[in-house]
Ligand binder design. Structure first.
Ligand code: CAA
Length: 411
């Protein structure tokens, strides 16, 4: 059965790593001016995973409040998008399925295309729900952005997971058609199976990102998408937050609109609050931009938002969504701010130790210290298997019903 009801994001929740390194601390050791990080990249701090955290624990932590609020009866599919896969065969979502005690009659699969994977998951979820309106899909986007020490990419690391429940008659954002699509084979950022850190050609990746903005927008227009004037603002994938400002200026140029710097800053700034203190979270980054905008602005009822998703390599998509009137009653602003403020500040030496601590690959028994602030942990490894456990399943801190024009960074 197909239907004409609106389909989109019914609920959204995110969590991040339990450790944080500020760019002020990083700059003392890299020799770069802190202004380069704060102004040039638009980054204040980066989240890092504690020893007992990974993409599974962060994703389970992000999804648990959604399950608490909506139950599991209607969930038919769990889509897990990541660049930071932990297994060549088994989907990370199966571990989350187990940690959250989800019913067995659910399909679980993992998707990969660099930072674009979550958008593919969202669109596939929308199509499934369109086909069977009584069903819901849980979309998880979870990543740990990790570059070589002392490389230019080092300042653009981060870690976070976003969970979204996709359903008919959504409470947050209805996803519109058409989408503008763009795929181009380019080696701007990649990670061969034998590497823990990404390889990147930084300048080439920025040029490839902007070319994708242009390509996806042209395709969106060719498919009779909305004119730029009808779109209130655009949530971009944010490898670092200045990239979103650059991308928006490029989009306005491409759309033939004179780009006024103040207006551009005003439009994009509300989408950057979370990413500037969390850092790059690959697949999750675009949806952290959406969370930031929804949590920060209280007058978005019925507004049309643009979304630009970019995954190096490269695949990109431009689409729009309509903010559902009354969305504020469903937000999780307090819990989001709590996930950020509970992070433990670490210094540069501790950061380097965290960065260079791989898990054993010889199948030996390995226990991990309890460091996470989250509700799930990777307790160790044995026989080449990751062992997870629930710490405690707490009720969501609160769902915000108030006005939150400003999201206070805790760094
Ligand atoms: N005060 C203010 N600004 C300063 C400054 C100072 N003292 N010093 C430098 N800056 C500015 C520079 O002018 C520059 O701004 P513009 O780009 O507007 O000119 C900015 O700070 C960065 O300086 P550099 O270009 O010198 O920085 P860098 O060579 O160290 O590299 C980078 C920056 C390429 C982004 C690098 O961090 C990197 O490779 N990051 C990883 C790749 C990446 O994020 N690519 C983005 C597109 S790809 C993508 O989106 C997918 C993904 O997630 C990876």
């Amino acid at each position: 059965m197909t239907n004409d009801r609106a389909v989109g994001i019914h609920d959204l929740s995110f969590r991040t790593g339990s450790l944080v390194l500020t760019h002020a601390e990083l700059s003392k050791h890299t020799g770069a001016s802190v202004a380069k990080y704060h102004k040039g990249l638009g980054q204040q701090a980066m989240s890092l995973p504690a020893a007992d955290e990974d993409i599974v624990t962060m994703a389970a932590d992000a999804a648990a409040p959604i399950i608490e609020r909506h139950g599991t009866d209607r969930i038919c599919t769990l889509l897990f998008a990541t660049e930071t896969s932990i297994d060549q065969s088994k989907a990370a979502g199966v571990y989350v399925h187990s940690l959250l005690n989800l019913p067995s009659n659910i399909r679980v699969v993992e998707l990969k295309q660099a930072c674009y994977g979550a958008t593919a998951a969202l669109q596939f979820a929308a199509a499934l729900v369109q086909r069977e309106p009584e069903q819901q899909v849980l979309v998880l986007a979870s990543d740990i952005a990790c570059y070589d020490l002392d490389s230019p990419g080092e300042a653009t690391q981060g870690a976070a997971a976003v969970a979204m429940l996709v359903s008919v008659d959504p409470s947050l954002v209805e996803i519109n058609t058409p989408s503008g699509l763009y795929t181009h084979d380019v080696m701007d950022f990649w990670r061969p199976n034998y590497r823990a850190t990404a390889l990147v050609n930084g300048k080439k990746s920025m040029a490839a990102y902007l070319a994708a903005v242009e390509g996806a927008w042209h395709d969106y227009q060719a498919r009779e998408g909305l004119s730029i004037e009808k779109i209130r603002t655009v949530c971009y994938h944010q490898p670092f937050t200045r990239m979103a400002f650059k991308a928006h200026r490029h989009l306005l140029d491409t759309a033939g609109v004179e780009a006024d710097a103040t207006a551009t800053d005003h439009a994009i700034a509300p989408t950057t609050h979370y990413n500037e203190i969390i850092g790059n979270s690959y697949t999750a980054s675009l949806y952290l931009a959406l969370a930031s905008l929804l949590d920060a602005e209280d007058e978005l009822d019925a507004e049309t938002l643009g979304f630009f998703s970019y995954g190096s390599g490269s695949v990109a998509e431009f689409f729009t969504g309509r903010v559902v009137p009354g969305y504020r009653a469903q937000l999780r602003t307090t819990a989001h701010l709590e996930a950020i403020s509970r992070r433990r500040d670490i210094d540069y030496n501790a950061y380097r130790r965290v960065h260079t601590q791989p898990l054993p690959d010889d199948g030996s028994q390995h226990r991990l210290p309890h460091q996470t602030q989250g509700s799930f942990r990777l307790s160790g490894m044995e026989d080449h298997q990751r062992i997870y456990e629930a710490v405690h399943v707490s009720a969501d801190i609160a769902c915000s019903k108030g006005t939150h024009r400003r999201l206070t960074p805790t760094v």
